[in-house]
Design a protein around this ligand. Structure first.
Ligand SMILES: [Zn+2]
Length: 366
């Protein structure tokens, strides 16, 4: 059994342009079409099969050929073969140049969604909790497998222990820092049922979605991309007694020894009904550049080119260091800080859109 895919141009003057497996096509050509011989050529993993079309059963040119005699028939055969070969080669060349390159990196939104489910299944990733440690172990395992050097950065702020995770793939100074918080809020204080306010949120969109896109980007980014990753802890406990927002990113920004030319934060970007408006604290040039990439990829309905919110999020400590930073965030999420922030509210398609845009933007801005 030949396992190679096959591209078949046989008798284009009839209806036999087939793509199928090799032995089946050979028997089709020989028996069904009664062709005299089959040309075949192997290019890469593909067999290109072309056939002599003139002996096709019931060929309407038969009487004409018979009338012109042996020499006329030969000329006619050669003529048809030349037309046929030219058509076959043109079609193959078009396919060859237009096909997606097998080496082009491709973001997988379905795999990213599976990472959302995995994180939620660990339990509430409250700073200092066992679920938080399990999430870090999972990130470390996945990033290491993808070739990244992972560093856990423990810190203390306002008396709370937390652990940021950063990852690099070379000794080069990173030009682009991708950031997402991985902690989930310990109190569902926006839940419609006040009885749930003291319970932790599942944090599928608010927490797991951004971390999932970072993980999947880590798997597919080219090794030479000058990117560092930051999975930040203790972002989402503000307005709770003894806590504030963005503790982890404040600590990281205060300690960081390099100055990336772009800091890109992902937060709540998995909503199945995704609308990412431009965040007003974000660097305007960086924002415009990312939204232009989204438009080119056909995601203008998800990346809406209008400013809307102004939020305190993990990009702020970097902006305060005069680094260009942007927050990709969709705050129109009815399940925000409720028990209903579960993986079914997050879609693989939304994760795919954000992953596609970021991957393309990074490839275009090396
Ligand atoms: Zn939150």
């Amino acid at each position: 059994m030949n396992s190679h895919p096959i591209l078949c141009f046989c008798n284009p003057l009839r209806k036999y342009n087939l793509i199928g497996d090799y032995p089946h096509l050979c028997s089709t050509l020989r028996n069904d079409m009664n062709v005299a011989f089959v040309h075949r050529m192997k290019i890469g993993n593909w067999w290109i099969i072309t056939s002599n079309p003139v002996k096709y059963k019931g060929d309407s040119h038969g009487p004409k050929l018979a009338k012109n005699g042996q020499r006329g028939m030969k000329k006619h055969i050669i003529h048809r073969l030349m037309i046929f070969d030219a058509l076959a080669l043109t079609a193959f060349a078009a396919w060859w140049f237009l096909r997606p390159s097998p080496s082009a990196p491709r973001f997988d939104g379905t795999r990213a969604h599976a990472d959302v489910v995995t994180q939620v299944n660990f339990g509430a990733r409250i700073p200092g909790s066992p679920a938080s440690a399990r999430a870090r172990a999972y990130f470390t395992e996945e990033l290491t497998a993808a070739g990244w050097a992972v560093l856990a950065l423990p810190g203390v702020s306002m008396g709370h222990d937390f652990v940021n995770i950063t990852a690099n793939r070379s000794d080069r100074q990173p030009e682009i820092l991708l950031v997402a918080h991985y902690d989930s809020r310990m109190a569902a204080d926006n839940d419609p049922n006040p009885g749930n306010h003291a319970l932790p949120v599942p944090g599928a969109n608010d927490g797991a979605s951004g971390a999932a896109v970072l993980l999947e980007l880590a798997r597919v980014l080219p090794a030479e991309a000058p990117v560092a990753l930051l999975l930040v802890d203790a972002e989402d406990q503000g307005n709770l007694p003894g806590w504030d927002w963005i503790l982890g990113s404040r600590e990281f920004a205060a300690q960081m020894a390099y100055r990336p030319r772009a800091v890109i934060l992902l937060d709540m970007i998995g909503d199945a009904d995704l609308n990412i408006y431009q965040e007003r604290n974000s660097d305007t040039a960086l924002t415009a550049s990312i939204w232009a990439t989204a438009k080119r990829l056909g995601y203008e309905s998800l990346f809406i080119p209008q400013p809307r919110y102004r939020v305190i999020d993990d990009h702020v400590p970097f902006l305060e260091k005069s680094l260009p930073a942007v927050d990709l965030i969709d705050l129109d999420y009815p399940y925000w800080h409720t028990l209903a922030d579960t993986p079914d509210k997050v879609s693989a398609h939304s994760l795919q859109a954000v992953g596609d845009v970021l991957l393309q933007w990074i490839l275009e801005n090396p």
